[in-house]
Every structure is written in C-alpha cells, then in structure tokens.
Write a protein that binds this ligand. Structure first.
Ligand SMILES: [Mg+2]
Length: 334
C-alpha cells in the first residue's frame, strides 16, 4: 500500500506539499512548500524562518545549476527530492536603508483584462495558495479590531510615501495630508498597512512618518511581503499579489468583502479581489509634487461618503472621483 510513497517526493508533485530541508549558518530548517509555488515563494518561506530577505538568499542544490536563481521558476519544474538538503547562503540585512534602495522599482503595472482577472482569482491553484497562507501567516494586532467599522488596507510605496526619492528627512517624502487623511477616515475605518517589503522596513518607515504613535488614529495591523501569494496569469506569467482573503479569513467577525477597500498604486495587487481595490495615482517625485498632490484629500471625501453604504463591493472604485463629486453636489443641494 505504501509502495508509491517514495514517488511523492519527486518533481511530479504539484499541489502536494513538499518538505525541504534548508541548511543555513550551521542550522537546518524545515520548509513546507508546494510544487506550484515559485522559487520566489520558497525564498519567502525561508525568510520567515531565517530573517534573510529573499533577495539576499542564494540557494544551492545538487544538479540544479542556477535555476534557483530565477524567482519565477515553479518548484514542480525542478527535480527536487525531499531527502536532499538545500543550502542557503545569505546574511540577515541590518542596514535598512540599503533594503530600501535595493528594492526593485516596479513601474510597469500591467492591465489584466476583466476576464483574466476573474480567472486568476477563481483558479483552484490560487485558492489553495491562499488557504495555505491563511494557515501559515499570523497577523499581530497592534490595536483591537473595532466592531461596526469598515476596513481600509493601504500600500506604502508610492501610495503613502515616495520611496525612490531621497531627502534628509523622510517626512519630505510623505504624501501630503497623510495624517489628516488617516485621522479623518479612522472615524469609519480600521486601518491596516500592507507593503510588499519586509516587516522591518514597514515598521521603520511608518515609525519615521509618525504613523504608529499618532494620538489621532490607531493602526490595527501591519502586513509585509510574507503575507502575499504568487499567482499565475496566462498572459503575464507569475507575479505576487495581496489577497484580502487572508485578512477576511483571520478576522471573519470584523472584515469581509462587503466592508473592505484597499488602496494600491499597482492594480495587479488586487487580482484576487478586484472589487475591493482602488488604484491610487502614484506619488512620485515628492520634491516636485508635494505642493500640488491632493489625492488623499479627495480620497478622504470618497471614503467617508461610501462609509454609509452596506456593501462596498458593489461599487466600481475606478470611478471614485465622480462619486465624490456627485456626492458633494448632492449634499450641497440637500
Ligand atoms: Mg506601491
């Protein structure tokens, strides 16, 4: 009966779990992944255990050559066996400023057709990845969830902060009206910040901007790159996204598709929950734009206007600017 069990550990495994041993710095770590995970995903799992950032990891495995250097390769495409040990070379990054400046600039946000967006979120393989993330990721609450509040999830880079410009004081790179915005929307929304970088960077940056200890609002939680999942698109290949289903599954008594909205400058981050995403105009070139950027003022009006609705997921957030205008007019004439 157990005769076939040895074949389970070979590359034919796709949706099955694969247990790998990773040696690093004289210790061995057990990492559970799946065949349909990418190398990038494997590196995130290793990062969870070792704190070595994925981009600092070099993975060595007999007879695989440099395929482990390509983050987009799927593990099912590699001849991995559970019995063999992988070696990781890399150091924990202490220099957080380096972390910031090394992060690759993502400017080519691509359009995913409506049909394909539906495909990606409905694909069983992606739903499974989400389920595994729900099992693995722990969200640490900085402040309690509040009953009756909606949920606002915010990206950092180019949404709240221009991470590519340099300044002596990080406050110069903060999107204008950030604190006013957070203060106003906190009346109706719990606030979660979710960045595709490391938790150290999220805490450092939000701390520097004075977001974590502001007397006028509280941040419910911070999420980092480890909470993301890698999905496959037929036309765009493999990319990472931020599945809100993770938050909904961990706090079902507070948050759901009907009361959640997420701001991100990259539309593809919403691909698992397109009805909940609002693509915000990126805040770049802070020195040139910080006197004119009004996005957070306008978005405050939108968020407060829609907070009265029972179900936010019926809205088309692409039209948010018109909604705010109509609403202002309606109120003026009321
Ligand atoms: Mg961003």
């Amino acid at each position: 009966m157990a005769a076939a069990s040895s074949s389970l550990s070979t590359s034919t495994v796709t949706e099955e779990e694969l247990t790998l041993i990773v040696k690093w710095s004289g210790k061995e770590y057990t990492v559970r992944v799946c065949g349909d995970d990418s190398v990038g995903e494997l590196k995130r799992r290793i990062c969870e255990l070792t704190n070595v950032l994925p981009k600092r990891q070099k993975l060595l495995y007999p007879k695989i050559g440099n395929k482990l250097a390509d983050d987009s390769v799927l593990l099912s495409q590699l001849p991995l066996k559970s019995s063999l040990k992988m070696t990781m070379i890399g150091t924990v990054e202490d220099d957080l400023i380096l972390d910031q400046e090394d992060s690759p600039e993502v400017v080519d946000d691509f359009e995913l057709g409506q049909d394909e967006a539906v495909d990606i979120k409905d694909k069983e393989v992606n739903k499974q990845k989400l389920r595994r993330r729900i099992d693995q990721y722990k969200i640490e609450l900085r402040n309690p969830c509040r009953e009756g509040k909606k949920l606002l999830v915010l990206d950092i880079d180019y949404t709240l902060f221009d991470h590519r410009s340099t300044a002596e004081n990080p406050l110069e790179l903060m999107r204008p009206y950030l604190h006013e915005f957070l203060t106003a929307v906190y009346a109706e929304y719990d606030i979660i910040i979710w960045s595709a970088t490391s938790m150290k960077w999220v805490e450092l940056k939000m701390g520097q901007l004075g977001v974590l200890n502001n007397p006028n609002y509280k941040i419910t939680a911070l999420l980092d790159h480890l909470a993301m999942i890698t999905v496959q698109s037929d036309s765009r290949g493999i990319f990472d996204c931020k599945p809100l289903g993770l938050i909904w599954a961990l706090f079902p008594q507070f948050y759901n598709p009907g009361n959640t909205i997420m701001f991100d400058d990259l539309r593809r981050n919403f691909v698992m929950n397109p009805q909940n995403g609002l693509t915000i105009k990126p805040f770049r070139k802070a020195h040139a734009n910080r006197d004119s950027d009004q996005e957070l003022v306008k978005l405050t009006q939108y968020l407060l206007a829609i907070a009265e609705l029972d179900d936010l997921s019926t809205l088309n957030h692409a039209n948010w600017e018109f909604f705010a205008e109509d609403n202002t007019k309606r109120r003026r004439h009321a």
